[in-house]
Design a protein around this ligand. Sequence first.
Ligand SMILES: Nc1nc2c(ncn2[C@@H]2O[C@H](COP(=O)(O)OP(=O)(O)OP(=O)(O)O)[C@@H](O)[C@H]2O)c(=O)[nH]1
Ligand SMILES: [Mg+2]
Length: 99
Amino acid sequence: MGLLNAKPSRVKRASILMLGLDSAGKSTLLYKFRYKDAFLTMPTIGFNVDMIEAGKDFTLTFWDVGGQKKMRELWKLWQGSSCAPGFLWQDYTKEVGGN
Ligand SMILES: Nc1nc2c(ncn2[C@@H]2O[C@H](COP(=O)(O)OP(=O)(O)OP(=O)(O)O)[C@@H](O)[C@H]2O)c(=O)[nH]1
Ligand SMILES: [Mg+2]
């Protein structure tokens, strides 16, 4: 009964799938979004999932999937899902080289 009377949630939700090779910086970016700070990360085994309130009525769910070769097998699990794919690659040489 309670469920029948429940009002539909006004909160909008979206999911972002973070894909990229190992050490591209996916987990670092997610922790930065989540905690506004850089974290010491470990290579992701499997995946991390985190929900972030992006606005008053808007939440984003991030799926951060490990990018090591043996983890890339998992990527296909999200095939056909409603997640928006976000590919991440990184060229750190620009940071250290100053180009
Ligand atoms: N210089 C520099 N290092 C970074 C940056 N982003 C991440 N790193 C470093 O790169 C390493 C790997 O970062 P992660 O965020 O764990 O990489 P990942 O893409 O999650 O890797 P997997 O979990 O193995 O798929 C860590 O030592 C980070 O500190 C960046 O923008 N600049
Ligand atoms: Mg990671």
